[in-house]
Design a protein around this ligand. Structure first.
Ligand SMILES: *Cc1c(COP(=O)(O)O)cnc(C)c1O
Length: 502
């Protein structure tokens, strides 16, 4: 197998092996690691159709993580995709909304959001990578979260020897259940802090800490080094490619498509990690026609795909899909690098524009290279309508993030004449369980639910949907709050220093 090396989106210098890229998280120059080439699937689609999730994951991940041995990789996969998931299928498909549209349920893991798909394996990849590279330092995972990454990373890293994890979340920018999930996290190696700012502030603060050379040197002297569990880490991205391959293979297996038939994919997007994984899947040879990027009212990406200008200078809106309330989609940098013809200079120039002015414009040629994508968005009313539509049509309840994608698909079909059901089969990434956003979901179905408490709503949701209340929710009903720290965005470094006793 040809080795895949990783280098920064901002310079082609020092290429590193996969395990080093996972350990580092972010490249030294502030860029993101990208593979030097996108490997092609080396199993046929019909072979993949007979594989389990774990087998599929191995076939995809072995092509990217080329310095992991077969034994190492299989061991990571087996520990990750086990009974923490409440279904053998790991990521089941559910046809709903219209004939030929399939919801890929990525929320059957420990924290009932799609972040579990990657974060249940990342700690194992990281510990393996640390061993391979003779790392002696304790690894400090530093994470900014818009709600779901935080809990999924905490669940993955809590109690893992040789690691600590610090999570920053926007104090007023996550759902009550998301917050409760995080602040009840047990484990001496964990720290959860609410910041007085939004997700972009948290992410910018974390990136600043990562690139602080003095801090890194001091930490190294005390036996620590940072790494990232955010989707900028290639160890997050690669496991996310697997479920697109798996979804295609499942559709083939059940006879919904023929081998080689193209499908459309719709992804509710925030930091652009999930949809970028679908882009990589496509370029590995998976027959994907369009990548439909769905945004909520923070529709920076929608505007970008329409105009070629990325402009974060706008009002930040708090919506019912908080994990997509993002104006700086970090992983877009990887796509920009690729459509610039894998040109780090060009990419760096644009990223400098973004940090200086909050805006950049791509060239006409680059815009031409965006043909794989199109952008749609749904506002708050449309999102609620879509939840209600699916419930009334099929008795199927989706969360607000998935509803944004689902509504975006309706708009895409209207604009492209596919509403007849003759168009390609579609996979909609269903990124969270409705039980994580009970209030928005139940209010969308009927306003009468507004007077109920959060957990009462969960029981009612269970009753009307016929789905059991997930274990993840039951666990936090009575769990005590163990984290109550808050800080201003300019005090994040102090919080880190305190926790590590620097
Ligand atoms: C994180 C998240 C998203 C956005 O995914 P990105 O990879 O950041 O684009 C969408 N929905 C849910 C529920 C999430 O947790």
């Amino acid at each position: 197998m040809e080795e895949v090396l990783y280098h920064s989106t901002r310079s082609k210098g020092a290429a590193v092996r996969a395990s080093e890229a996972i350990l580092k998280g972010l490249a030294g120059d502030g860029g993101l690691f990208v593979p030097d080439h996108i490997p092609a699937l080396d199993k046929s689609l019909s072979e993949l159709a007979d594989m389990t999730y774990r087998q599929t994951a191995y076939e995809v991940m072995k092509l990217y993580l080329t310095d992991f041995t077969e034994e190492e990789l299989k061991s990571c996969i087996e520990r990750a995709y086990d009974s923490k998931f409440d279904t053998e299928e790991i990521a089941p498909l559910r046809e709903a909304g219209a004939p030929g549209s399939y919801y890929l349920e990525l929320f059957h893991g420990a924290t009932i959001a799609f972040k579990d798909m990657a974060l249940s394996i990342l700690p194992h990849l990281m510990i393996t990578a640390a061993k391979k590279n003779q790392v002696k330092n304790e690894i400090v995972i530093l994470t900014a979260t818009s709600g779901d990454t935080g809990k999924a990373a905490l669940a993955g890293f809590a109690g893992v020897e040789g690691t600590r994890i610090i999570v920053f979340y926007p104090k007023n920018g996550v759902s009550p259940i998301q917050e409760k999930q995080m602040v009840t996290q047990k484990g001496d190696n964990t720290l959860v802090v609410g910041i007085h700012g939004n997700f972009d502030d948290a992410q910018t603060g974390v990136k600043k800490l990562f690139s602080d050379k003095e801090l890194a040197a001091e930490m190294d002297r005390k036996g620590f080094q940072f790494s990232s569990a955010n989707s900028i880490n290639i160890g997050r991205l690669v496991p996310q490619i697997c479920y697109y391959v798996y979804a295609y293979a499942r559709l083939l297996k059940r006879g919904a498509i023929e081998e080689g038939e193209q499908i459309d994919v719709v992804v509710p997007t925030g930091n652009f990690g999930n949809i970028l994984a679908a882009y990589y899947a496509k370029h590995m040879g998976l027959p994907i026609h369009k990548l439909i990027c769905a945004s909520n009212e923070n529709k920076v990406l929608y505007d970008f795909f329409r105009t070629g200008t990325y402009d974060r200078n706008r009002e930040f809106v708090l919506t019912s899909s908080p994990s997509m309330d993002i104006l700086i989609s970090s992983n877009l940098e990887r796509l920009i690098y690729h459509i610039a013809g894998n040109d780090p200079e060009k990419n760096r120039e644009l990223m400098n524009g973004l940090s200086r002015d909050g805006v950049y414009e791509i060239t006409a040629e680059m815009k031409g290279a965006l043909k794989d994508f199109c952008g749609y968005y749904a506002d708050e009313a449309e999102t609620a309508e879509e939840i209600k539509r699916l419930y009334e049509r099929d008795g199927y309840v989706i969360d607000p993030h998935t509803a944004v994608a689902s509504r975006a698909l309706q708009k895409y079909l209207q604009e492209n004449g596919g509403a007849s059901g003759e168009g390609p089969r579609t996979v909609i990434a269903s990124t969270a369980s409705p039980f994580k956003f009970t209030r928005s979901v139940m209010n969308a179905i009927d306003k009468k639910y507004d007077s109920m408490g959060d957990f009462e709503l969960a029981d009612e949701l269970s009753r009307i949907s016929g789905v059991k209340v997930p274990k993840a929710l039951d666990e936090i009903r009575t769990a005590p709050v163990v984290h109550d720290k808050q800080c201003d965005t300019d005090r994040m470094e102090d919080v880190v220093r305190d926790f590590l006793k620097l």
